[in-house]
Structure formats: structure tokens, C-alpha cells
Design a protein around this ligand. Structure first.
Ligand code: PGA
Length: 228
């Protein structure tokens, strides 16, 4: 199975008329739409009859319940139909200041409630330029317990590639994915960061799937890729 994950950001708000029923989906593909919280119910209704399309959230509380203003619990997410949750996207690491312990708590609580974590890691431009990518990837995953590694989707997203239109060379993506699988021992490893129509097939062939931001809100390009 290969995963195609759509990470819809705030610019989707006025454009929810996606015709999911029209998307043709390749046989070994699962599509996961991760809209902002306010659109979870709408998207859940629109994908009701699409058996290869699932719903995911862009974050999840690190606690099952309690007084945590602003947070959304795993139960609230499963009530909306969520089966997946993005955890530790570089934008939430940056703006919401999550540390590794909190992110791991999020992954654990998600799994307890039957939600598959899409756990994001990736190096900054400086770290990349200084040849530090592998150290950073090791660092960002060192607290993740071994028994969880086989249960989550690990998304490798170089921070400098997200939304920039620039990707690492294909050999570098492949090298990082092999490192994450062979050395860090994760089973399902995806790539994200400026995935577009022209690099989609190459990246899919070297990974277990992709996490797509900008291109996922272009319905024509996105549905074209779902059937490649
Ligand atoms: P992008 O975003 O595809 O626009 O680079 C990726 C992401 O947000 O994960």
C-alpha cells in the first residue's frame, strides 16, 4: 500500500467543493485528506462513498481529555471520522512549539484511539547545507519507542522543501528514506516537500507515499496523481 496524503492549509477555506467521487485511484493507493479542523465534518460527508479515501487531522491533543483549551481530543477526532493524524509537522513544531516528548505522547494517544499517526521529521536548510541531515533525523526520532515504529507513517519532510518549490535531488531523497528505514528502523516512510506532478512518480517509486501541501488543493493535478 502507498499513501497519498493531502495537507490542506488555510487557503482551502473557500474551496471545499472537491468532487471526490470523480477521483480514480490506483489499486495499491490510499488517499488521506487532512483538512483544517473546521472542515473535518464536511470532508467526512463528501468521502462517505469513497472507500479508498480516508480522513485525517492536522494535529491531535497529547491528552485524552481534560482542561486543555484549544486542543482537540482523539475521541473528538474519531467522532468526526478521522483515521489518521499529522503529528509534528514542521509548521506546528515552529509555531506551536511542540517538543519531542509531547509529540510522542500525541502519537501514543492517537494509537490508543485507533488513529494512525503521520509523524513528521526533517532538517532545516542550514542543517542540510552543513551535511547534518542524518544526525537531525536520528535526533528527532531517538525518543520514539521501538514498538511504535512499525505502527506509524513516518513522513520525511526537509523544512526547506516545504512550500518552496525546491526539493532535494532524487538520490538524496532516496538516501534519506533508506537511512530512516534501515538505520532508524521505521517501516513506512513517506516524503513531503514540494511534491508536484512532475516529480510525483519518481518520489512514489522510492517511498511508501507522499505528503502533499500546495498541489493537493489543485483538484485536477491531485486527482491525476492519485491514478498514476
Ligand atoms: P508542500 O507542503 O507540498 O506545499 O511543499 C508540504 C507539507 O506541508 O507537508
Amino acid at each position: 500500500m502507498k499513501y497519498i496524503i493531502a495537507n490542506w492549509k488555510m487557503n482551502i477555506v473557500d474551496n471545499i467543493n472537491q468532487k471526490f467521487q470523480l477521483i480514480k485511484i490506483g489499486s495499491d493507493r490510499e488517499i488521506i485528506i487532512c483538512p483544517p479542523y473546521t472542515l473535518l465534518n464536511d470532508v467526512n460527508n463528501s468521502i462517505k462513498n469513497c472507500d479508498k479515501i480516508s480522513l485525517g487531522s492536522q494535529d491531535i491533543s497529547h491528552k485524552a481529555s481534560g482542561a486543555y483549551t484549544g486542543m482537540i481530543s482523539p475521541k473528538m477526532l474519531t467522532n468526526c471520522g478521522c483515521k489518521y493524524s499529522i503529528i509534528g509537522h514542521s509548521e506546528s513544531r515552529l509555531y506551536l512549539k511542540y517538543d519531542e516528548e509531547t509529540l510522542i505522547q500525541k502519537a501514543k494517544i492517537a494509537l490508543e484511539y485507533g488513529i494512525m499517526p503521520i509523524y513528521c521529521i526533517g532538517e532545516s536548510l542550514n542543517e542540510y547545507k552543513n551535511n547534518n541531515t542524518k544526525n537531525i533525523l536520528r535526533d528527532q526520532t531517538k525518543l520514539i519507542p521501538d514498538d511504535i515504529k512499525s505502527k506509524i507513517l513516518l513522513a520525511y519532510e526537509p523544512i526547506w522543501a516545504i512550500g518552496s518549490g525546491i526539493t532535494p535531488k532524487m538520490e538524496q531523497i532516496s538516501d534519506s528514506i533508506s537511512f530512516i528505514k534501515n538505520e532508524l528502523k521505521f517501516h513506512n516512510v513517506l516524503y513531503g516537500g514540494s511534491v508536484v506532478k512532475s516529480n510525483f512518480s519518481d518520489i512514489m517509486s522510492m517511498s511508501d507515499g507522499v505528503l502533499i501541501g500546495s498541489m493537493s488543493i489543485n483538484f485536477d493535478d491531485f486527482s491525476y496523481c492519485c491514478n498514476l
